[in-house]
Structure formats: structure tokens, C-alpha cells
Design a protein around this ligand. Structure first.
Ligand code: IMP
Ligand code: MG
Length: 177
């Protein structure tokens, strides 16, 4: 039982920097959708912390629903295969939908989800992502509301995991191997 304590991920984006940016994104969204009602669709599980903070930074009437997807195993590289593991509880037809993701890496997950949601005939469909790793893009997906562009490093914290761990870190850090 004398395992050494695991090293904490090296900080990349502090909790304060993330909070300031999330507040800004909330203001942009509140302004762009003024007088409309928003349907937030958060992608489980990675975006749960971002979605919780973002929706509280938006001053509009809104609903929140969740989509579960699986594109990775417990490894740090994509399988390229996307599968819905938990579908929305309510229809989005005629609604102004904002898909909320934690990170766009290869882009395969958001490409699949945007195409899937579009077939459900929302009034409008936009994408918010906390992070983008453009160096890894395999398909290009425009991000309407982006928190931060980062380099090609594997990050954890603020909802993002590695093998289900680190989601509760208040900051975003790089796993040291
Ligand atoms: P994509 O389909 O390659 O864009 O992968 C998107 C998904 O992979 C994200 O929703 C995350 O769940 C996961 N992912 C990609 N990069 C990272 C990372 O650096 N840290 C944690 N999860 C990641
Ligand atoms: Mg995810």
C-alpha cells in the first residue's frame, strides 16, 4: 500500500483564467440569442463542469439536456468511432440548440453530433467548445463559441478525464508521463 502519490497535472489554464473566459462566452451567447430561448445540449461526461458554469453565465431562459457519446476507450488517442450511449430526453425540433463540448480534438465527435442533431430539425444549431486542438483536426468543424486554443497535449481537469480520473481538478493541466 506504499504507492507514491501521483503527480498533479502541470497547470495550463488556471481556474481563474477559465472562469473569466466562461463569463465572457456567457455574455456573447446572451447577446447573440437575446429574446430567444436556448436549448443547451451538453455532451457527457467531459463537458459537465463547463456546461454547469456556462449555463449560469447565460442570462436567458434556457433548458439543459444531455447526450452521452463514446469515442475513446481509456486511451489517449481516438478510435475514430462515435456512438451515442445516452440520447436526449426531449425533442429539439424548432429549438435554438447550443451543443456544449469540452474539447474538439480530431473533430470527429462534434462533426458526428452536429450532423445528428441537424437531422432533428432544430430552429438553429451552434457549437460551444471550451478547448480546441487545431493541430489534431481530421475534419473541420466551425466552433461558434470557443474558450481556448491549445497545443497538441493531453489535458485533464475541469471535467476532462484520463481513464475517468481528474474530472474534479479545478484547473486544466497536462498529464506528466
Ligand atoms: P475528437 O472526436 O477526437 O474530437 O474527440 C473529442 C473527445 O475526445 C472529447 O470530447 C474528449 O472526451 C476526448 N478528448 C480529446 N482530447 C482530449 C484531451 O486532451 N483530454 C481529455 N479528453 C480528450
Ligand atoms: Mg467528450
Amino acid at each position: 500500500m506504499n504507492e507514491p502519490a501521483p503527480e498533479l497535472p502541470a497547470p495550463l489554464l488556471s481556474a481563474a483564467v477559465i472562469q473569466a473566459r466562461v463569463q465572457e462566452l456567457g455574455q456573447f451567447i446572451s447577446r447573440d440569442y437575446a429574446d430567444k430561448e436556448l436549448a443547451i445540449v451538453a455532451v457527457l461526461a467531459g463537458s459537465f463542469v463547463f456546461a454547469a458554469d456556462l449555463c449560469r453565465a447565460i442570462e436567458l431562459p434556457l433548458s439543459v439536456d444531455f447526450l452521452g457519446v463514446r469515442s475513446y476507450g481509456d486511451s489517449t488517442s481516438t478510435s475514430g468511432v462515435v456512438r451515442i450511449t445516452h440520447d436526449l430526453m426531449r425533442p429539439i425540433e424548432g429549438k435554438h440548440v447550443l451543443l456544449v463540448e469540452d474539447i474538439v480534438d480530431t473533430g470527429l465527435t462534434v462533426r458526428f453530433l452536429m450532423d445528428n442533431l441537424q437531422t432533428r430539425r432544430p430552429a438553429s444549431l451552434r457549437l460551444a467548445s471550451l478547448l480546441n486542438k487545431p493541430e489534431r483536426a481530421r475534419v473541420s468543424v466551425p466552433i461558434d463559441y470557443l474558450g481556448f486554443t491549445i497545443e497538441d497535449v493531453f489535458v485533464v481537469g475541469y471535467g476532462l478525464d484520463h481513464a475517468q480520473r481528474y474530472r474534479n481538478l479545478p484547473y486544466i493541466g497536462v498529464l506528466q508521463s
